[in-house]
Ligand binder design. Structure first.
Ligand code: TYD
Length: 136
């Protein structure tokens, strides 16, 4: 797959009478080694998360429960998604400004990340992000 483009990945889903199970293996179902997992939860109504980009980090974002909307912006094009199934993962390449909003009550946003947390990997100012895109 093209690791510079966002993509909805359909993850394996095992269904039986007891319910459903989804699993994810590094470099098999997703194109990187998982170094970190975090999740957003207890998100107040009409709150927005994200509003930043990463220099190197790649991520998979999953609506483990509930639903939310994600807008990705690579400085040239916008990509819009609604995540509302636990077996879909949105692959987010590096250098993508992301905004996550419209969280349903009780939703859980699960994120698989290719790197440990590094504050220096963030663009927190949109104009700085755009400036670096059009320099390279
Ligand atoms: P931030 O990346 O701004 O969250 P979001 O993308 O949901 O808007 O992170 C919020 C705070 O949490 C910030 O102070 C950094 C801290 N944080 C960590 O310490 N480790 C992590 O792995 C992450 C993702 C955030």
């Amino acid at each position: 797959m093209d690791i510079n483009k966002p993509k909805i990945i359909e993850l394996p889903k095992v269904t039986d009478s007891r319910g459903k199970l989804t699993f994810i293996e590094s470099n098999n179902h997703i194109p990187f080694d998982i170094k970190r997992i975090y999740y957003l939860y207890d998100i107040p109504d009409s709150e927005t998360r994200g509003s930043h980009a990463h220099k190197e980090l790649q991520q998979i974002i999953i609506a483990a429960s509930g639903s939310f909307d994600i807008v990705l912006d690579d400085g040239k094009e916008e990509y819009k998604y609604t995540l509302n199934r636990s077996y879909y993962g949105l692959y987010v390449p590096k250098m993508m400004w992301r905004t996550i909003s419209n969280f349903s009550t009780g939703s859980v946003c699960l994120v698989l990340a290719s790197m440990n947390y590094d504050p220096n990997d963030y663009y927190r100012v949109y104009d700085d992000f755009i400036a670096d895109i059009f320099v390279s």
